[in-house]
Design a protein around this ligand. Sequence first.
Ligand SMILES: [Zn+2]
Length: 107
Amino acid sequence: MVWSKTSRHARGYGAEWDRLRLQILERDGHLCQCPDCRRAGGQPLPAHEVDHIKPKAWFKSGKAQGNPDDPSNLRSVNRDCHKKLTTLQKGYRPAVRVGVDGYPIEE
Ligand SMILES: [Zn+2]
């Protein structure tokens, strides 16, 4: 992986985000808050990442209003769940097992 000097900062992630991230993880008890993990009967996976419930892009495009980094728009997620959520947000359909590019999609 190639690290860009500016990308992390340009995307709005810095010391402030690191602090916010820890705050959200504490709030959620370091447990994944994704729909799958929150489903009744399931044991939530440990969370190490923080996800925007409404993607930041929505705020830029005007689809969502307010501050994307407000704690009400943030939730703790497990790394694998985060990947799954991001995939869904990009418009892949969960009912499809394998995408057109051959990438497997978990149900
Ligand atoms: Zn989860």
